[in-house]
Design a protein around this ligand. Structure first.
Ligand SMILES: [Zn+2]
Ligand SMILES: [Zn+2]
Length: 104
């Protein structure tokens, strides 16, 4: 069969990749997501949502101050990295707005 169109090949490739992503590690899944973002011309950092989840508090806005303590009474404190918001403005989007002249 030589009559396979490039669209069918692409569809098969995407299907295989998605199947692989479903079976493989989240790392691969993240890689696929990045590829999709690039295809859709979305921001590579935030995917178009203009927000980056805080890695320090895992986007919760609070962190456990004494993570090595087994004391159950330790209260979560406001994350100093994101100041309790749980996310940051995307530097790729929000730091590069059209209209704001940046002279470097
Ligand atoms: Zn945070
Ligand atoms: Zn962004």
């Amino acid at each position: 069969m030589e009559s396979i169109t490039s669209n069918e090949v692409a569809g098969f490739a995407v299907g295989a990749l998605l199947l692989a992503a479903a079976l493989a590690t989240p790392k691969v899944d993240a890689f696929i997501a990045r590829e999709q973002r690039r295809d859709l011309k979305l921001c590579m950092e935030c995917g178009g949502v203009t927000r980056i989840p805080c890695a320090r508090c895992k986007a919760r806005g609070t962190i456990n101050q004494n993570i090595f303590s087994f004391d159950d009474s330790n209260k979560p404190t406001t994350c100093p990295a994101c100041r309790g918001r749980g996310n940051f403005p995307c530097p790729s989007c929000c730091g590069n707005k059209p209209g704001s002249s940046s002279s470097s």
